[in-house]
Design a binder for this molecule. Structure first.
Ligand SMILES: [Zn+2]
Length: 754
């Protein structure tokens, strides 16, 4: 076998040797084993089904959803004198018939047949192909057969039945190949193909020579500044990806102003102009290309060393595909993301537009059929731009029209036509033909629940990319885990050394962590989550703590609750970081839903009974905050929530503590009874005193005057009246003086009682 395979490789494919894991995969297939390949590779994957195809007897059937890819593959095979054909929507009926006739011959010349999934719907095709001697069936871009794939085509539902039909006649291995597969998708592929005994090859998601760097920058000017700075420092060729065409233009203009020679591929360019620029780029005369993510698939420039994402990508899959355009030659490259948390909004906007609601699709449906009535005959093309349709139908955006049309096309209600003559509008479908009589809405065969599932999935994916980019952890590990690449994970090691988190964590580990946030803030957030019986979104939680005037909060009567506005002194970024830190230490759980909710975990329940717990984790929590915020533009020193302010809205919670206090309970007892942290109760005490609810004599029961005195001395003599942060004070006073003592002392100094 070995020799024969080697011979085919050299003689038929003109290649000297196998690359990476090609050989293993090929061998798995030629022994007749179903084989799944999850690998992000460039160019060599097709060989793993083409070569076995030549080894085995019969026709290789390749099912692929990508028209351009099919054509490319067929051309390449034909160049090697291997007979390959394709059937998809670009082939006319006559040519199709010739291919089918050829296939019907007892000994057909065709070795490779590429088909679009829609062929599975054609009874004629199924009838003919089921009589052909099949060598193997390869499903390329196999993620498309998963229901989680945004472009999922209903035709793929038939794939299992189709394969069964073919198997009636012959036994052959099935191959599924994809470069992007998450855990969910992988399971789905296996289920849909009905595989049970198969080989899986997953590897290569880790690119050892690539360094990932994330910088969270929200201000536009600072972003541009950063980009210019990086470009200035680094030789080599760049791609800068932006989320919208508007952003592309802005970045481009700014670069030109900074005297950086850049290139954008715009719809407004003449073909000649575009070609000149492209040549300049390929010949290194232009250093930078600015583009939207739709662009660049066909750029085959091997020495692109840097990819910058100027906005947040929509998902890890998208991100991975986009950055893939760097590093084609395997040399050291950089992937840099300069995104902001606010970019999430752009992506949410995209999701809402990509998955219009049922009502919106039906609105579009009715609009299209309204026009039909006025025609003389049926099935005439509708010659309207999407923009016109959007404004006439009342849909809010032309993007929704575009995606709405796609949904209707997917369910065979209409067809879209490309007018290839008009290059400047190449990205727009212009003609639409209805191919079905108008039906009642309830009789439409559209899978609405699947549409809804896709939308939920899009939000889930957005949540994952946010986690990858904005929450401190090893980015490589996160990606490998996302793609379920256990092989690469096993060799990754604790510190990958090629992501900013790991590189910078080394420094942080050796540094002493100062308290970024007072520990009582963590305690307070936990209390709030516990006490709000109604589940609340993370964003709303932040708003609640910062006293936002969001009408929803008022609607839900949240403004009357305890701790409303309790952390008004902190930035919302910091509050979010606090919440995330608590999640990272497993005190809180956040759902992966579109509007993520927060839950209290068992860890917390255990911890509340032992007040020390939060203190034990303090270092980790502070560490998290530090890492979380090191890359953002957040530079303000945070104030502890004990700052001297009157908190009118929160009197109730203090009063409750007060009530228990005058019932002769100890602070510890109050803490247990109210199920809040001891620190919170201590803080209440200070507040009660500040609000004149607690007499000085009562306050003095909890503290030693001598301790307060030494705190005051330190503040005045060593720190020149600097009372925040508390840490420097704590370091200078005697060990047995607690933070509570310090807070009391400061409060008393403020009231001129000390
Ligand atoms: Zn790492």
């Amino acid at each position: 076998m070995q020799q024969k395979l080697q011979k085919i490789l050299q003689e038929k494919f003109k290649l000297e040797s196998f690359r990476d894991r090609q050989e293993e995969i090929v061998k798995s297939v030629v022994v007749g084993k179903d084989t799944i390949v999850f690998m992000p590779t460039w160019g060599w994957k097709s060989l793993t089904y083409q070569l076995p195809g030549l080894y085995l007897d019969g026709v290789v059937l390749v099912i692929s959803p990508l028209i351009s890819l099919m054509k490319d593959q067929v051309d390449k095979l034909n160049e090697l004198w291997l007979k390959a054909e394709l059937i998809n929507s670009t082939i006319d009926t006559y040519a199709k018939q010739i291919i089918l006739n050829e296939l019907s011959k007892p000994k057909t010349d065709i070795k490779f047949l590429y088909i679009a999934p829609e062929r599975l719907n054609s009874p004629e095709f199924v009838r003919i192909i089921s009589r052909v001697n099949i060598a193997l069936v390869a499903i390329d871009e196999a993620h498309c057969i998963s229901q989680w794939w945004h472009d999922f085509r209903p035709s793929y539902m038939k794939i299992n039945g189709f394969i069964d039909k073919l198997k009636e006649n012959a036994d052959f291995p099935i191959m599924a190949l994809t470069a992007t597969a998450t855990k969910k998708v992988r399971k789905d592929i296996v289920d849909r193909l009905g595989l049970d005994d198969y080989n899986v090859f997953t590897a290569g998601f880790d690119r050892k020579n690539i360094t990932i760097i994330v910088r969270e920058i929200s201000k536009k000017e600072e972003k541009i500044e950063k980009v210019a700075e990086i470009l200035d420092k680094t030789p080599g060729v760049w791609i800068i990806y932006c989320a919208s065409r508007k952003a592309v233009k802005e970045v481009y203009d700014d670069l030109i102003q900074n005297w950086i020679k850049a290139w954008i591929y715009t719809w407004a360019m003449t073909p000649e102009n575009r070609e000149i620029q492209q040549n300049d780029f390929m010949n290194d005369k232009l250093k930078v290309i600015v583009a939207t993510n739709a662009f660049g698939m066909w750029i085959d420039k091997k020495d692109i060393r840097f990819v910058i994402h100027y906005n947040l990508p929509g998902s890890i899959e998208n991100y991975y595909q986009e950055v893939w355009r760097a590093w084609r030659d395997g040399k050291k490259s950089f992937w840099i993301v300069i995104a902001s948390f606010q970019d999430t909004k752009i992506q949410e906007f995209f999701i809402e537009n990509t998955y219009p609601t049922k009502e919106e699709i039906l609105q579009l449906y009715d609009f299209l059929y309204k026009w039909e009535k006025e025609w003389w005959g049926k099935w005439l093309p509708i010659l309207k731009t999407q923009f016109t349709i959007a404004s006439e139908s009342g849909l809010s955006s032309d993007m929704k029209v575009w995606t709405g049309l796609k949904v209707l096309e997917k369910y065979w209600i209409l067809r879209k036509w490309v007018n290839s003559g008009s290059l400047e509008e190449w990205f727009r479908w212009r003609w639409v033909t209805l191919i079905q009589e108008k039906r009642k809405h309830s009789n439409l065969l559209i899978d609405w629940s699947h549409q809804e599932l896709l939308k939920t999935e899009a939000y889930y994916k957005l949540e994952q990319i946010k986690k990858l980019l904005f929450y401190p952890s090893c980015r490589k590990r996160f990606i490998l885990d996302y793609f379920w690449d256990e092989e690469d994970l096993a060799t990754l090691g604790d510190n990958c050394g090629t992501c900013d988190y790991c590189l910078e964590r080394k420094n942080f580990d050796s540094m002493e962590i100062e308290d970024y946030v007072n520990i009582s803030v963590f305690a307070l957030v936990l209390d709030v989550v516990k006490n709000i019986d109604k589940k609340i979104w993370v964003v709303m939680m932040t708003k609640f703590l910062r006293w936002s005037k969001d009408t929803k909060l008022i609607e839900w009567n949240m403004h009357k609750r305890e701790n409303f506005w309790a952390l008004e002194d902190l930035t919302s970024e910091l509050i979010q970081a606090v919440i995330e830190a608590l999640i990272s230490q497993d005190y809180l759980h956040k759902t992966d839903w579109r509007y993520p909710l927060l839950w209290i975990t068992d860890t917390w329940r255990v911890a509340i009974n032992k007040n020390e717990f939060l203190k034990d984790d303090n270092k980790e929590l502070q560490h998290y905050i530090k890492l979380r915020l090191w890359s953002s533009t957040w530079k303000k020193k945070t104030k502890s929530p004990t700052s001297r302010k009157t908190w009118v809205g929160k009197v109730w919670t203090y009063k409750e503590t007060h009530r228990l206090l005058i019932a002769w309970k100890t602070l510890k007892e109050i803490s247990v009874e109210r199920e809040v942290w001891l620190q919170t109760i201590e803080w209440h005490i200070v507040k009660l005193y500040e609000l004149w609810e607690l007499w000085l004599t009562d306050l003095m029961k909890f503290v030693k005057f001598s301790n307060l005195k030494s705190v005051k001395d330190v503040i005045i003599n060593d720190l020149w009246w600097q009372v925040e942060p508390l840490k420097p004070i704590k370091e200078k006073v005697d060990k047995n003086i607690s933070y509570f003592d310090i807070k009391v002392a400061i409060a008393m100094m403020g009231n001129k009682d000390l």
